[in-house]
Design a protein around this ligand. Structure first.
Ligand SMILES: Nc1ncnc2c1ncn2[C@@H]1O[C@H](COP(=O)(O)OP(=O)(O)OP(=O)(O)O)[C@@H](O)[C@H]1O
Ligand SMILES: [Mg+2]
Length: 248
């Protein structure tokens, strides 16, 4: 496995936000973690990227233990994180935002090649190269943060809710781009999603997290009827809906 999270427990205060959670991602895989609000999905990604430090358990990347490392060191090791919420520098233009992705690198020649490649993958960013990032649509901003993460030349990208707040057609486009990144370039992706339908479509393997604990893990192909995922996601048996619970 390229990335292994083994039995991590993470506390914000006294209450654990994650209890003995394990996730693994193999080279070239698309793995999705799904779960309702407050499940611990973002906490899992923040632990991988060194922003949070687990109180127990281990995280290994390419055979090396990375828990306790700073976010900068984790990024340098090859894990690029796209956090929740599409953080672009609104007053900088698209190109300046993208250049931030290359700021940690010193392989000058490769940077320019990668820059060209990224503009080919994301033609909408090429068209708007000189435009302030704040003027981009939500979908375009999502493309920009993914492109910026790609420019760090990572071995794996973790992406927190790429579809949040986007219209369905834009969500489709974002996911098409992610699939292309894997299929054409062998990029490894760990994606957090609220929509298990979306995860079932996009992922090779998926995990269902709820209340800080892993409920289910499996190949997306084996879970296509959705029933096991539904039960793990909501924590109730087939056909028993709880009042106030959102439709699946
Ligand atoms: N900074 C924080 N301080 C204290 N508790 C936190 C903090 N961030 C998250 N939590 C708590 O930890 C738990 C997991 O939160 P997390 O953000 O990982 O969930 P999530 O699955 O990403 O949810 P969402 O789908 O809403 O983004 C929740 O109970 C949340 O209230
Ligand atoms: Mg979250």
């Amino acid at each position: 496995m390229l990335l292994s999270v083994e039995n991590i427990t993470v506390h914000y205060s006294r209450l654990p936000a994650l209890r003995e959670v394990s996730v693994s991602v193999d080279e070239g895989e698309i793995v999705c973690i799904v779960g309702p609000n407050g499940a611990g999905k973002s906490t899992t990604l923040l632990s991988i990227s060194g922003v949070l430090n687990p109180t127990s358990g281990d995280i290994t990347f390419d055979g090396k233990r990375i828990n306790g490392m700073s976010p900068e060191a984790v990024a340098r090791a090859g894990i690029s994180q796209v956090p929740e919420g599409r953080h672009v520098f609104t007053t900088l233009n698209v190109e300046e935002n993208l250049r931030i992705g290359t700021s940690m690198r010193d392989d000058r020649g490769e940077i320019e090649k990668d820059f060209k490649r990224v503009l080919e993958i994301f033609p909408v960013l090429a068209e708007r190269r000189r435009q302030a990032a704040g003027k981009l649509s939500g979908g375009e901003q999502q493309m920009l943060v993914i492109a910026r993460a790609l420019l760090t030349s990572p071995r794996i990208m973790t992406i927190d809710e790429p579809s949040l707040g986007l219209a369905p057609n834009l969500v489709d486009r974002v996911y098409e781009t992610l699939l292309d990144l894997r299929n054409d370039r062998g990029m490894t992706l760990l994606i957090v999603e609220q929509s298990s339908e979306r995860a079932l479509k996009a992922a090779d393997r998926m995990y269902v997290l709820r209340s800080g604990q892993m409920q289910l893990e499996g190949n997306a192909a084996d879970l296509q009827d959705g029933e096991k995922v539904r039960q793990a996601y909501f924590g109730f048996e087939e056909g028993v809906a709880h009042e106030g619970e959102v439709a699946f």
